[in-house]
Write a protein that binds this ligand. Structure first.
Ligand code: SF4
Ligand code: SF4
Length: 309
């Protein structure tokens, strides 16, 4: 198999696994301090995000080790390189804010930093390179393909806009009931915390996502349901990193559309030259790997490598 055919797949897996390993090592090193107070905090931290957002300093190690210097926390809020900067999930922050919860300064700054990184440069890259659920849904998709479900199954119609409705609903429910509504049921948080701190009943939420994608709907969760993916789509609507289509190279084989988890992004393929503007593109690189005709490339500020014929 040519390296060019799997380079983005490899990069995605390396990023996803490295991030998980860093979180495991960072949190494991502080969990071995035999600090009773900390162990109690881990219990709260694993179960209630509000305690995390209200006082993020409660998760800092009392005696940091080499790994806890790199990262502590989880995908909702993490402190990097001994507290030099924080990264916070903007959707969690919005929910906590609407729910009336307190937000520490490092939590707010972490959310702004994440919003700037994805909003200005990377778009919805989080979904393809960071989110651990992507490992689960990619596996379900792989099995669907192998088992022939994509061709044999009757098509179930759920609009891809449903995720934006769920995003709005999550924020509304947070404001109405004073809890971070999506955080309570998020399979993403459950999987990440499960892998890092130990899996509990969250495994059933992850299994539900897996079964939904395998048996019910192709790219069902990420492409139709997930409000976090919807939030990153909106945030990255004008991001600089894009996929660019070179019409003159395109042979209209549509292999890119077959592999794309958000096929509507590729509507201009075979018809129109230029960058793909649809905000739901994950920048996963699958279409680029699938194209044998050099008709698709990543582009930053409309710059691409010289297209080869
Ligand atoms: S859509 Fe949601 S679950 Fe899927 S990869 Fe993106 S954030 Fe993760
Ligand atoms: S257009 Fe390409 S990079 Fe964007 S989601 Fe589809 S396959 Fe991934």
């Amino acid at each position: 198999m040519k390296f060019a055919k799997i380079k983005y797949l490899l990069l995605r897996r390396i990023c996803q696994v490295s991030i998980l390993v860093l979180f495991i090592l960072g949190n494991y090193s502080i969990a071995t301090l035999k600090n009773v107070q900390y162990k109690q905090e881990v219990g709260i931290f694993g179960g209630n995000i509000e305690s995390l957002m209200g006082d993020s300093s409660s998760v800092l190690a009392k005696e940091p080790s080499i790994f806890s210097h790199i990262v502590q926390g989880n995908l909702s809020h993490s402190s990097w390189f001994g507290g030099i900067f924080s990264l916070t999930d903007p959707l969690s922050v919005m929910q906590i804010f609407l729910a009336g919860g307190g937000l520490a300064l490092d939590v707010l700054l972490g959310a702004l930093l994440v919003a700037a990184i994805y909003g200005i440069f990377l778009g919805r890259v989080y979904c393809a390179f960071v989110c651990p659920i992507n490992l689960v849904t990619d596996f379900a998709n792989f099995l669907r393909d192998k088992l022939g479900f994509n061709t044999a199954q009757r098509k179930l119609f759920i609009s891809r806009s449903t995720r934006f409705v769920i995003l709005g609903l999550g924020l509304l429910l947070s404001a109405l009931f004073g809890v971070a509504a999506f955080e309570l049921i998020s399979p993403i948080s459950m999987l990440h915390r499960g892998v890092v701190f130990g899996m509990g009943f969250g495994i059933f939420a992850v299994l539900a996502v897996f079964c939904f994608d395998l048996f019910v709907l192709k790219n069902g969760f990420c492409g139709h349901i997930c409000p976090l993916g919807a939030m990153y789509s909106l945030l990255g609507k004008f991001a600089l990193l894009r996929v660019k289509h070179t019409l003159s190279n395109c042979t209209k084989c549509m292999e890119c559309v077959r592999v794309c988890p958000e096929p509507e992004v590729l509507k201009p393929v075979g018809k129109q030259d230029g960058i793909l503007k649809t905000m739901t593109c994950l920048r996963c690189g699958r279409c680029i790997e699938a194209c044998d005709d050099n008709a698709l490339h990543f582009s930053i500020l409309h710059f691409t490598q010289k297209e080869k014929k």
